[in-house]
Design a binder for this molecule. Structure first.
Ligand SMILES: NC(=O)c1ccc[n+]([C@@H]2O[C@H](COP(=O)([O-])OP(=O)(O)OC[C@H]3O[C@@H](n4cnc5c(N)ncnc54)[C@H](OP(=O)(O)O)[C@@H]3O)[C@@H](O)[C@H]2O)c1
Length: 179
């Protein structure tokens, strides 16, 4: 789970403190916090078609984190969800950082990653993870992997230095999704 350690408040909001993330429509489940069973409540949805509902759920004062898909090919959260999360001070967990693997199917040549070497980027998955974590509104990315080797590579993307707008635009271009 690559984490952007530059964000001090992350430790309060996320590290070791989210035992459970529940769905945006799971208001019934919010009551479990009253029973002391849950310390932090988050809301999530995987589809941009549900973001209007997600935005309503995010305003619930009991909610402290939101989990959304975000990668160079899925940027719908940039218009409303990420700005509101930042305004409300919510922790942001990014799922599907590789678009369920779709962003890893075309081979990005090593030469194309050379301009990103100063940022500790050696592989395309690292570039995609760092693209996410360099947005200060995003705190954690949760790539899925069945491989320990991939896990180690992915985890190394959680260290600074962070990318600026030019490098993020370059990676989006490499991914075939220029903004
Ligand atoms: N809350 C929700 O509604 C919700 C919905 C969907 C997903 N999720 C969560 O979001 C996370 C993302 O899962 P996801 O499967 O949807 O998409 P993903 O993380 O975008 O992509 C996973 C794919 O990337 C590959 N991969 C990972 N690291 C790699 C590396 N370093 N090099 C090459 N390939 C690599 C994996 O294959 P290998 O196994 O070969 O590494 C796997 O095929 C999961 O933790 C999932 O539980 C949550």
């Amino acid at each position: 789970m690559p984490i952007n350690p530059a964000l001090a408040h992350l430790e309060d909001r996320l590290l070791g403190r989210i035992p459970l993330v529940i769905g945006a429509t799971g208001h019934r489940d919010l009551r479990t916090q009253d029973a002391g069973a849950v310390r932090v409540i988050g809301v999530t949805h995987y589809s941009s078609s549900a973001y209007d509902d997600l935005l309503v759920a995010m305003r619930d004062p009991r909610v402290q984190a939101v989990q959304i898909p975000y990668n160079p090919g899925q940027r719908a959260v940039e218009s409303k969800v990420l700005p509101m999360a930042a305004d409300l001070g919510l922790g942001v967990i990014v799922m599907r950082p590789f678009g369920e693997g779709a962003l890893l199917t075309s081979r990005v040549p090593a030469a194309a990653l050379k301009p990103l070497a100063a940022f500790g980027i050696r592989t395309w998955p690292q570039a995609l993870l760092k693209w996410i974590l360099s947005d200060p509104r995003c705190h954690v990315a949760i790539p899925a992997t069945s491989s320990v080797e991939h896990l180690q590579v992915n985890a190394s993307a959680g260290d600074p230095p962070w990318l600026g707008p030019d490098e993020r635009a370059y990676i989006a271009q490499l991914a075939g999704h220029s903004s």
